[in-house]
Design a protein. Sequence first.
Length: 106
Amino acid sequence: MRRNIILIASLISLSLITASILYIQSNYFNKTIESQIIPLVEDAIGRKIEFSESHFNILPFYWQLYNVTLRDVKTGEALIKSKDVIIYIRPRRIFKKQVAIRNIRF
């Protein structure tokens, strides 16, 4: 009996982990995060951020943006262009509703 309970709990845990990984790597999750985070970052830095696509990775936890252009809001002039930008995120801070960027690579 105890063995069956442990087996069922393990299967449920594995299913939840698999579903979480698939959700984080889905296009829906990417679009949701983009629509919530990008405007906040643009307001904080006073620049317009443009990119063609993005995707999240779980281990290590990072967000990768492709064909990134950082533009001046007033003139529209391109300040930085990069083929890809990788933003490493500290996942523990997300539970505290904080964003902590560990590293950004261009």
